[in-house]
Design a protein around this ligand. Structure first.
Ligand code: COA
Ligand code: ZN
Length: 301
């Protein structure tokens, strides 16, 4: 297999993870972001600027971001669902913003209260505003590999959204496996359908145990950017079967063993996964967190 020398991992635990956990205090969120900033991670999605009624867990985004350490060299980003959220993110000082649009009509309505086409149409004004403020904007296409309400999503539909947001000024594209419906076959199908010159990132949830296989498949197809959340944080304790993102330490562990550099100190990251576990007060479902890296030996009997 051809493989890259380096992979860029974006840690999304503070946003995607914590938005799906019972609310934790702002100071704990700051503590998590600060700890992640010291692990060698190159990118951290810190908060989202959404309606506080939609996601109460992110209601303190301004405070969290104001208090978090900003390490030079780390690309911090924020997620926004609409123009108002992008404005808030820019005002808070973010230079990288992710705007989410769902390929599935039903999911887009459930998530942001409007049709996919309306979200796509807002992309032009969003990109113009972001660029005017010297920020970049990424389109995260949620439900790219399937929708919990509608089932399969046609890769051609996803590809058409890629074209539309590219035309509107998107700087990067992320494919979101929002509810863990991706499999290696679906990753191949999607990458066969999409034709883009923009940087591409994959965002997998490990709901059905396929996330690392999906990472490997995307890697073989030339993708070198992945979202992951420390400890596999996330996955709404109230929604049966929902699960967090692929655990960052599991991705880093696999890539390092393959000889691929991530810049991350794995032991430091595992320590942060332990902190994350304390913050949410439940056992996090990450094999590398529990067993340690494969190089950690058990005392001889
Ligand atoms: N942040 C804070 N407030 C916002 C906002 C944002 N990003 N976008 C809109 N609002 C406010 C409006 O100003 C308006 O306020 P007002 O009543 O005081 O005038 C109010 O919300 C209603 O505006 P409207 O455009 O009708 O929004 P809505 O009620 O249809 O909600 C979203 C739309 C997108 C704001 C909401 O569904 C949302 O925040 N969704 C986020 C979902 C999410 O984060 N999912 C997980 C990540 S993929
Ligand atoms: Zn997600």
């Amino acid at each position: 297999m051809t493989q890259p020398d380096q992979v860029s991992i974006r840690e999304v635990g503070p946003r995607d993870g914590l938005q799906n956990e019972p609310p934790v205090p702002a100071e704990d969120k700051v503590r998590l972001i600060d700890a992640l900033s010291r692990t060698g991670l190159a990118r951290i999605e810190a908060v989202s600027f959404v309606h506080p009624k939609a996601i109460p867990q992110m209601a303190d985004a301004d405070r969290v971001w104001a208090e978090a350490e900003k390490h030079p060299g780390i690309r911090y980003s924020a997620l926004a669902p609409n123009l108002k959220g992008v404005q808030r993110a820019l005002d808070a000082g973010f230079a990288e913003i992710e705007v989410v649009v769902s390929a599935s009509q039903t999911h887009n309505r459930a998530n942001v209260g409007r049709a996919t086409e309306e979200s796509v149409a807002e992309f032009g004004p969003i990109a113009a505003l972001a660029h005017e403020r010297l920020a970049s904007v990424e389109a995260i296409i949620a439900t790219s590999f399937g929708c919990p309400y509608e089932g399969d999503v046609d890769p051609a539909r996803v590809a058409a959204i890629v074209d539309a947001v590219t035309e509107a000024g998107a700087d990067r594209i992320a494919f979101g496996d929002t509810t863990g419906m991706a499999t290696p076959r679906r990753v191949d199908d999607l990458l066969d359908a999409v034709d883009t010159d923009l940087p591409v990132l994959m965002h997998f949830h490990d709901t059905r145990g396929t996330a690392l296989a999906n990472v490997l498949t995307a890697l073989e197809r030339g993708v070198t950017e992945f979202d992951a959340s420390v400890g596999g944080l996330g996955g709404c304790p109230y929604a049966p079967g929902a699960s967090g993102n692929v655990a960052t330490e599991e991705v880093v562990h696999m890539l390092h063993d393959m000889g691929i550099d991530t810049g991350v100190d794995l032991d430091a990251l595992i320590a942060v996964a332990e902190t994350a576990q304390d913050l949410v007060g439940r056992r996090l479902d990450s094999g590398v967190l529990w067993a340690g890296p494969r190089t950690r030996l058990t005392p001889k009997p």
